[in-house]
Design a protein around this ligand. Structure first.
Ligand code: SF4
Length: 384
């Protein structure tokens, strides 16, 4: 899997089942979506499934099914592979803990109209599609995602835009889902156009995992149409260096070249990326491709994800290890989204050793101690 980071490689090796597909077809995002693997039977023909995976696939087929693009499946290794573990359910998904929740961020409680959630004063989130190329096993919105029947209707979209118009304090609109890039070009451009026409909206954010799971979706044609509505920020979701392929890098470069400001929101996942060296390699690659590591999230307590959650101390230890080793550009904020709808809190390792009067004693990344002498605020008349 480390070969995925080789800058000399131009293509990710494909699974043998698709080796003979011509390159243009392989890079056609519609072909990739049409050929997604969605059943235990099909997946079992392509990889040697473990008993735990078979039980997970059967047990979750109704509530939160599996789907994976041929491209993403081609990154799979053995059962411990960090890519495979994000896409194929295990039997552990059937276990429940008392504090597991269906909607941990209380998005539905803060939903004044059906496809819009308004939790923070100046921001709103719209669910414009409930479909994704790959269904991530740690998904916070697994209550909605994959449920085709709950896809937003045109009237709901109009109602959400009416709400934005009537609520001018909303300056920042996140288009999410599911994945907004699951819409056709025409539909996505229409949604962005409608939101941009609301004069009080300053920033639009597209939340998409397509650069990771289906990078061919980021076509130059789509980006040329969307750039008419800048400023658009893109939030993507790389979790592991094995996802950092030449194709994914090309998609990020196309986004940056077209003027999108791209940030990454990784989720800490046990046995997948809960290691400072992995996060460092991932973030160095992202920065090289002009994608800023923005958040490192504590995994939300969604039912079925207990086996993927890490202790909060793990996130703090990773940040502590990164500071001083890599540029601040490659260090994300570590955030916990408070269960019940309290919003995000960000945590950082404590570098204050003690405070003696006006002397603050800090430790640096090597553990050495340094003193900063604090002073009361000076009067401004010292300037004249
Ligand atoms: S792409 Fe995002 S919304 Fe879709 S399944 Fe993955 S985490 Fe959930």
């Amino acid at each position: 899997m480390d070969g995925a980071l080789d800058p000399g490689a131009h293509r990710t090796p494909r699974h043998p089942a698709w080796r003979d597909v011509d390159e243009a077809t392989w890079r056609d995002w519609r072909w990739q979506l049409r050929h997604r693997v969605t059943s235990e039977e099909h997946l079992g023909e392509l990889i040697a499934l473990t008993e735990s995976e078979r039980r997970g696939l059967r047990g979750r087929a109704e509530a939160f099914p599996m789907a994976v693009t041929p491209y993403y499946l081609s990154l799979f290794g053995d059962a411990r592979c960090p890519v495979r573990r994000q896409a194929v359910p295990l039997a552990a998904e059937l276990e429940r803990e008392p504090w597991d929740m269906r909607d941990p961020l209380a998005e539905e409680e803060h939903s004044p109209v059906p496809i819009l959630s308004h939790r923070y004063p100046d921001r709103a989130l719209m669910y414009v599609s409930h479909s994704c190329p790959v269904y991530c096993r740690h998904c916070t919105r697994q209550r909605k995602v994959g449920d085709v029947a709950s896809a937003p209707a045109a009237a709901e979209l109009e109602a959400a835009v009416d709400y934005l118009r009537a609520t001018p304090k909303i300056k920042d609109v996140l288009l999410s889902g599911g994945d907004p890039l699951s819409l056709s070009d025409d539909k996505l451009v229409r949604v962005v156009e409608m939101v941009r026409a609301v004069s009080s909206v300053e920033v639009i954010r597209l939340c998409t995992r397509n650069p990771v799971t289906l990078p061919f979706r980021l076509t130059s044609a789509l980006l040329q149409r969307l750039r008419a509505f800048h400023p658009i920020f893109v939030s993507t979701h790389f979790n592991h260096p094995s996802e950092c392929t030449p194709e994914a890098g090309e998609a990020l470069n196309r986004l940056a070249d077209a003027g999108f400001n791209v940030g990454n929101q990784m989720v800490l996942l046990a046995g997948i990326n809960d290691d400072a060296m992995i996060v460092e390699r991932l973030n160095r690659w992202l920065v090289r491709h002009r994608c800023r590591p923005y958040y490192m999230f504590q995994c939300d307590p969604v039912a079925g994800t207990a086996h993927l959650r890490t202790p909060i101390a793990t996130g703090l230890a990773i940040l502590d290890a990164l500071r001083g080793r890599v540029s601040g550009l490659a260090i994300p904020q570590f955030a916990v989204d408070l269960p019940g709808g309290g919003g995000k809190v960000t945590l950082s390792p404590d570098r204050v050793v003690r405070v003696d009067g006006d002397r603050w004693i800090f430790r640096d990344f090597k553990g050495e101690q340094f003193t900063y002498v604090d002073r009361p605020r000076r009067r401004l008349d010292v300037i004249s």
